[in-house]
Design a protein around this ligand. Structure first.
Ligand code: FES
Ligand SMILES: [Fe+2]
Length: 447
């Protein structure tokens, strides 16, 4: 790794060589918390987690604990969960409904809009000299995309619309299909001894699927009648592997508009119910997204820079060698109960801490992270050379599109994006791609 004047060159875009020290170095990790998690727009929650006024949900931005609130006017806020007196945490619950939050140390009490409303002994002990206006909770900027709540600590960050950019063109296919929007169920939480980047990198790695998940794929084939994913199939696949404005997407072509999307929970028995649902909602989806996105594509594995992965899952960093996953199931609000139930059960069977697919991945990610721990192994670069020079623009898709569905183009660009953030003094040094995609249809950032 070359570091001159604090300039990181960890990925060689000509050879695909990656320095593995970024997966374990504690100093680099501390810098990531400041330069990436302190600046980027981070997925922190979903509007359906705080549906009523005065609801709150406890979440994280990097390692910082955050209270997501909906105030009594319906506005959503994100506050650092830190009392402005001596720094104690003021909220200890994961979720709830409250107009005020009282710190359990000395009793300072805040509104769910962040104002310090009550201080014991304000007149007597402080002699009226404490100006409560100076002790508002530390507040992040908040914006939403199709119900997903994002926040950033950096007042100079671009808008969320610019930050997502043309990646939203692909994300809309899953998150923004219908007028009634989505809701999330969860989270299932667990901690893995892996670096957060290993998981994000994997979320558009199509190469690993036939090998890593062979046993799970065979189980799915035997019990649910699903076709087996093979290397040959993937190498010849017309599906798309795209890198857009810092975000990694995969898009798969549907054989017909009412095809049950390839998702955990579809079985031979319930497939007709899914197909009927997609037939019934097609015209609404076409109005919102146009015919290509509504009826010909589905969103595959993907990640939003830095740590939003696989639908709505948060990968909270917990040190260079630990990541806390929060896995949610995303459901369209108008789905029949039978489909919602199948998706919830399918997600539990295949994703999450006990999921068949998840356990395959975890084992590999642990191995990759551990390899960067010894002085000998650290001398050897990781190789991300697959498909070098085989990606570019495509008239029908935004971003940089790999020639093949199986490619390491997204991974190389993910680490280059990491360098963009780590080498920037301020947001003005971080490039944002101008949007060029044709957002056919009526769907917007806000639904
Ligand atoms: S630390 Fe919160 S009231 Fe003192
Ligand atoms: Fe996987």
């Amino acid at each position: 790794m070359a570091v001159s004047n604090k300039i990181y060159n960890v990925i060689d875009l000509k050879t695909g060589k990656l320095d593995p020290r970024i997966f374990s170095d504690p100093d680099i990790y501390q810098e990531e918390l400041e330069k990436i998690f302190g600046r980027a727009w981070l997925m922190i929650g979903h509007e359906s987690l705080v549906p009523r006024v005065n609801d709150f949900f406890h979440t994280y931005m990097g390692e910082d604990p955050v209270i997501l609130t909906r105030d009594d006017k319906g506005k959503i806020h994100a506050f650092l969960n830190m009392c402005r007196h001596r720094g104690n945490r003021i909220v200890r619950a994961d979720i709830g409904n409250a107009k005020n939050f009282m710190c359990s140390y000395h009793g300072w009490t805040y509104s769910n809009e962040g104002d310090l409303e009550y201080v014991p002994g304000e007149e007597e002990a402080y002699y009226g000299a404490l100006d409560r206006k100076n002790f508002h909770l530390v507040e992040a900027r908040v914006e939403t995309y199709a119900g997903i709540v994002f926040a950033t600590w950096d007042p100079c960050a671009p808008s969320l619309d610019e930050y997502l950019g043309d990646a939203r063109w692909g994300l809309d296919v899953f998150f923004n299909r219908l007028d009634s929007g989505t809701e999330v169920v969860g989270p299932v939480k667990w901690i893995e001894p892996i670096n957060w980047k290993t998981a994000v990198d994997n979320c558009s790695d199509n190469y690993h699927v036939p090998t890593t998940h062979l046993s799970a794929i065979l189980v799915q084939g035997r019990h649910f009648g699903l076709p087996r994913t093979t290397h040959e199939q993937q190498f010849e696949s017309p599906n798309k592997h795209l890198f857009i404005n810092g975000h990694s997407l995969t898009l798969r072509f549907l054989e017909r508009p009412d095809q049950a999307r390839q998702t955990h929970g579809v079985t031979q028995e319930n497939r007709p119910v899914f197909e009927e649902y997609y037939r019934a909602t097609l015209s609404e989806a076409e109005r919102r997204l146009g015919s290509l996105r509504a009826g010909k594509l589905q969103l595959g594995n993907h990640s939003l820079f830095p740590n939003g992965v696989l639908g709505f899952r948060l990968a909270h960093p917990r040190g260079p060698l630990a990541t806390e996953f929060w896995h949610f199931v995303v459901l369209e609000k108008g789905m029949p109960d039978e489909i919602k139930r199948a998706l919830r059960i399918g997600n539990g069977n295949f994703n999450g801490v006990s999921g068949l697919f998840e356990q395959d991945d975890m084992d590999n990610w642990r191995g990759v992270t551990r390899s960067s721990l010894t002085p000998l192994a650290r001398k050897y670069s990781q190789d991300l050379s697959m498909g070098l020079g085989r990606a570019g623009s495509d008239p029908n898709f935004p971003g940089t599109v790999a020639e093949r569905y199986t490619s390491e183009n997204n991974q190389r660009n993910f680490y280059r994006r990491w360098e963009d953030f780590m080498n920037a003094e301020a947001w003005e040094d971080i490039p944002i791609e101008p949007g060029t995609a044709d957002f056919e249809g009526t769907a917007t950032l806000n639904g």
